[in-house]
Design a protein around this ligand. Structure first.
Ligand code: EPS
Length: 405
């Protein structure tokens, strides 16, 4: 069977955003309410522009589902754009003055035109509807195995929360995050983030910020150390970096690793037999600076990924640019946009991270059906708990090790 993958199609002001997900096992129950709730959450957050008052996102399944379960065939999901007007040149005119920071300049030259419209329509973050839907489907799969995630806004400018999410507090954290208009589980910091966004709007400017995702309940051994392109940390970084406007990705301690010696970076290993039934198999770590990933593989600790979003590139006051036809200096075009889409980006990030975890999960526990995935997962954990396994190779090495000691 094919490896889990997805692609999206659609323009920001085209008729719809479509997602094609391939490699899903048959028999996965799709929680449509949950998927639509994630789409609605993606539409929200303080700092959004007028577009979200027009749209009302939800998915329609066009293929790959029967009676609420995946069939094993390709899954196609579609979300209608209510603000569909791509072929109306008056309402969606050509754009000749590229916005610094957007895909306008590079995309139009790449497609050999001075009209940035085609590039900006496809590069628009409207496309993240499709990625959120794919990730939400992946989360339906992961939660069957007790894997859950928490995505939130860590902060922007000088308003940054130091909250350290723990699995035991997940219910409370979700409550706090969902009560916040900027999806920040720290009320005081959330208020300061709102004030910064309001200020940016008053100055006809924009702001970005930091979004973070924690994934709990992940078994040891997803990803691989065998090949560079199988490393899960690299794939997570690629997935997060591909979200519109993201400019940096960190795993665990991230760039702070450069500021500490090894003894203050690496997480000591111990073993607690009372915890051997958990997906971490009893191995415990007092800290999680590695962000749940060592050698490109999950290590049983929560996965922690942080992304940096740059400020939205459409500024009400414009930016210095040139007219692509005349090559004369001009302020960049203003198109209706958001002042800050960081809360929405935290939802997108949570879902794209989940998709990569689900992809790694379905590689390790491959099967055409959910039934096969469940048996493969259980069999692996059983074998791992029995270590050391009595193979001639293992027995010889243990004996040699004990003789040396
Ligand atoms: C975007 C510009 C805005 C955003 C859009 C991304 O759209 P519009 O020009 O129609 O106001 O709202 O994001 C979405 C539509 C969305 O659903 O997230 C851009 O230029 O990237």
């Amino acid at each position: 069977m094919a490896c889990l993958n997805y692609h999206t199609a659609g323009e920001s002001h085209g008729p719809a955003v479509t997602t094609l997900v391939t490699g899903l096992p048959a028999g996965l129950v799709l929680d449509v309410e949950f998927i639509d709730a994630e789409l609605r959450r993606r539409q929200g957050g303080y700092g959004r522009g007028a577009r979200q008052k027009i749209e009302s996102d939800s998915v329609t399944f066009l293929a790959g589902v029967r009676l609420g379960r995946t069939t094993g065939g390709p899954l196609v999901m579609q979300t209608i754009n209510r603000d569909s007007r791509l072929d109306d040149v008056k309402r969606t005119p050509p754009v000749y003055r590229p916005r610094p920071g957007h895909a306008d300049l590079a995309g139009s030259i790449k497609w050999l035109t001075t009209d940035c419209r085609d590039a900006l329509e496809r590069a628009s973050a409207r496309e993240t509807v499709g990625r959120t839907a794919a990730g939400a489907v992946a989360r339906c799969l992961l939660r069957e195995f007790g894997i859950t995630s928490f995505g939130f806004v860590r902060g922007l400018l000088d308003a940054v929360t130091d909250v350290q999410p723990q699995q035991e507090q997940l219910a409370r954290l979700l409550e706090l995050r969902d009560a916040s208009v900027v999806y920040c589980p720290d009320e005081a910091v959330g208020e300061r983030i709102v004030a910064h966004i309001r200020d940016a709007k008053a100055r006809r400017d924009t702001v970005g910020g930091l979004a973070e995702v924690h994934v709990f309940g992940v078994p040891i051994g997803l990803g691989s150390c065998a090949q560079w392109d199988e490393k899960l940390d690299a794939r997570l970084a690629g997935a997060v970096m591909s979200i519109q406007a993201f400019k940096a990705v960190e795993i665990g301690l991230g760039r702070q690793c450069a500021e500490r010696p090894g003894s203050q970076v690496h997480d000591p290993i111990s073993y607690d037999p009372g915890k051997k039934d958990l997906p971490s198999l009893g191995f415990t770590r007092p800290s999680n600076n590695a962000g749940g990933l060592e050698g490109g593989m999950t290590n049983g600790m929560p996965i922690v990924v942080r992304g940096t979003m740059k400020p939205i590139s459409t500024l009400l006051k414009g930016m210095p640019s040139v007219d692509l036809n005349t090559k004369q200096p001009q302020q960049s075009t203003y198109e209706r946009s958001d002042v800050c889409a960081l809360p929405a980006a935290s939802v997108v990030m949570e879902n794209v991270v989940a998709f990569e975890v689900a992809r790694a999960f379905t590689e390790k526990f491959a099967g055409d059906t959910m039934r096969e995935l469940h048996s493969s997962y259980t069999a692996y954990l059983d074998l791992a708990r029995q270590l050391p396994l009595e193979t001639p190779h293992e027995a010889a090495s243990i004996e040699a090790d004990q003789t040396e000691a």
